[in-house]
Design a binder for this molecule. Structure first.
Ligand code: PLP
Length: 359
């Protein structure tokens, strides 16, 4: 009798990533579950993708030279310090491969990004999850006390997913001052553009000071290219080479490389999107205030709303029945919460109207 294929032991520890469900709905489906941009790519970016179609018989550039140069020029650092990934998640998972192993320790806050628990599980390292503080922000003092001789990697998500909360950069700078320089710190800035506490360029100053710091950014959120998969890290050259050692050479496809390189050139459009999102954030928060619903202080393109003692799962299911998809807090690390992405005004008002009908 066959027992079926035998897999390795680590596999049982790797949690499934909690993806948003697929829903059938007769009318217009409002997707506010995955922190996506409601805006499609600019026409020039679509053009750059189309420009690649005829040459798809060729492998993509394994060095990702044009894209790394475009990112490096904007960041004012050398291209050898830019790592490009098939989404920033590839860089996270490859960092686990390159930095972690049984006996090594990883520290991160919780709740934070749902991919982080995969890093320790996939590498066999030990993870230390440090609870957020009472304001749903990273507790950096508590995280610092968890550093040991075995610590290899610390993840900080700023602004944090799923809470939307952000720390002022000077608090992160003070934390970096106490982290031993053999410990890598990945500052996940997937939502940095939406953060009004700082300019995205401000974090770059920390790179010059800390050789163990890696800034992680993505084309998936403000750039609206999550369907293509492109993300990047700014950090030491040695980090880039380590990531390249543990992954396949052609991980970032030709369409993604061309689109992202073009997208970098459209900062005026990015600025308009930031403004539109912040306007929706203010609108949604004032509507939530009117309904007496509490939410964490968001510096991102989503809100982390408390449903109080109402049944979170019933609200998520009820909204889905009405064509509005949001995320249940339980799947993301905390009960009694909804994570709701800010869409267009029309989409946000649909969410509010269906919520009112439900409650
Ligand atoms: C969405 C998100 C990312 C982006 O992942 P990609 O693989 O680049 O799409 C990274 N970190 C956090 C915290 C996120 O929420």
């Amino acid at each position: 009798m066959s027992r079926g294929i035998e897999f390795n032991n680590r596999l049982g520890d790797i949690p499934d990533y909690p993806t948003a469900g697929n829903y059938e709905f007769g009318g217009e489906l409002v997707k506010l579950a995955s922190n996506e941009s409601p805006f499609g790519p600019p026409a020039a970016v679509v053009g750059a993708i189309q420009g690649q179609l005829e040459t798809l018989n060729r492998y993509p550039d394994p060095e990702k030279s044009a894209l790394r140069k475009a990112i490096a020029d904007r960041a004012g650092i050398g291209p050898e310090r830019v790592t490009v990934g098939n989404g920033s998640c590839e860089i996270l998972l490859s960092a686990a491969d390159a930095l972690l192993e049984p006996g090594a320790e990883l520290i991160y806050a919780w709740p934070a990004f749902s991919v982080y628990p995969m890093l320790a599980a996939a590498s066999g390292a030990t993870e230390i999850k440090v609870p957020l503080d009472a304001d749903a922000r990273h507790d950096l003092d508590a995280m610092a006390t968890e550093i040991t001789a075995a610590t290899r990697l610390i993840l900080i998500c700023n602004p944090n997913n799923p809470t939307g909360t952000a720390l002022p950069l000077d608090e992160i700078a003070a934390f970096l001052d106490v982290v031993p320089d053999h410990v890598a710190v990945i500052l996940d800035e997937a939502y940095v553009e939406f953060n009004l506490l700082q300019d995205p360029d401000d974090s770059l100053d920390l790179l010059a000071k800390h050789g163990n710091l890696i800034l992680l950014r993505t084309f998936s959120k403000i750039y609206g290219l999550c369907g293509l998969r492109a993300g990047y890290a700014l950090g030491p050259d040695r980090f880039r080479r380590a990531i390249d050692q543990v992954r396949q050479p052609f991980s970032v496809n030709a369409l993604a490389q061309a689109a992202a390189a073009e997208a970098v050139r459209h900062q005026d459009e990015i600025a308009r999107r930031i403004e539109a999102t912040v306007i929706e954030r203010v609108h949604m928060e004032s509507e939530l205030d009117d309904r007496g619903l509490d939410y964490a202080e968001s510096q991102a393109n989503f809100t982390w709303v408390s449903v109080g003692d109402r049944d979170e799962a019933a609200i998520v299911a009820g909204l889905a029945d009405r064509g509005v998809i949001v995320r249940a807090g339980t799947a993301l690390g905390e009960e009694g919460r909804l994570r709701v992405t800010f869409g267009t005004r029309r989409e946000n008002d649909r969410f509010l109207a269906e919520l009112d009908a439900l409650l």
